[in-house]
Design a protein around this ligand. Structure first.
Ligand SMILES: C[S@@+](CC[C@H](N)C(=O)[O-])C[C@H]1O[C@@H](n2cnc3c(N)ncnc32)[C@H](O)[C@@H]1O
Length: 225
């Protein structure tokens, strides 16, 4: 199977156990000290998102089970969520309520926006975009933004404790029942990512927490005539 199709299949099969990673449960429990670091860094991410202040018409790409959609729902005027996995979107729908919410089941490598948004948010998605698709993905983000729009993203740093205790390799994922899937997983260095985005025409700022996460914001650079 093509790895992008296998990646879709993996997240469909993982939907019901996905949050164990975020909550450091089961095979993701790395002991009290590492878990405490993780949760402190998650708090740091929440503060960074609050500082960014997502509001207006907000689009979340690869929204998942709603761990961040519920934060975005607090101040969004409208919230549009895209993910390829119906199982994941069903969990998201149970978790996240908003008077003006739309969930779209779509493959982001084929999907095109029908509207423009004030904010485009994606967490733990850029690392699943193949290197050859990096520029196309950022071009999609640009196409999703209204004039003055802003992007915010969160992703993984390369720390082995972020993953399951029994994971063989970053690109080989195991479920609780032992099934294995191949996926894309690319780790970025914050400074390198920022420089790459600037070369692509973004004003970007990428930072990191001490161990586990990078996060950043980007806006298209104003065109000079
Ligand atoms: C690592 S999870 C991140 C979920 C969420 N953003 C979060 O922070 O918890 C990746 C998500 O991408 C979705 N996904 C995988 N391949 C996709 C594709 N080709 N198009 C759209 N979504 C995809 C999966 O279903 C999954 O929900």
């Amino acid at each position: 199977m093509d790895v992008l199709q296998e990646q879709i299949a993996y997240y469909r099969a993982r939907a019901a156990e996905y949050d164990e990673w975020w909550l450091r449960q089961g095979r993701f429990d790395r002991g009290a000290a590492a878990n405490a670091e993780w949760f402190a860094e998650v708090d740091h991410l929440h503060a960074a998102v609050a500082d960014f202040a997502p509001h207006g018409n907000v689009l979340e790409l690869a929204c998942g089970t709603g761990l961040w959609s519920r934060e975005l729902a607090r101040n969004a005027q409208t919230l549009t969520l895209v993910d390829s996995a119906p199982e994941v979107l069903a969990i998201n729908a149970q978790r996240v309520q908003h008077p003006r919410i739309e969930r779209i089941q779509a493959d982001l490598f084929r999907w095109r926006p029908a509207a423009r948004y004030d904010v485009v948010f994606f967490s733990f998605w850029l690392s699943h975009v193949p290197p050859a698709g990096f520029e196309d993905f950022w071009s999609l983000v640009g196409d999703c933004l209204a004039p003055g729009g802003r992007a915010f993203f969160i992703d993984s740093l390369d720390d082995g404790r972020a993953t399951a205790r029994d994971q063989a390799a970053p690109t080989r994922r195991r479920l609780n029942d032992g099934r294995e899937f191949s996926i894309i997983k690319i780790y970025y260095e914050p400074a390198d990512l920022q420089a790459r985005l600037e070369r692509l025409g973004w004003q970007a700022r990428v930072a990191a927490t001490p161990h586990y996460f990078l996060f950043g914001s980007a806006t298209p650079m104003p065109r000079t005539l």
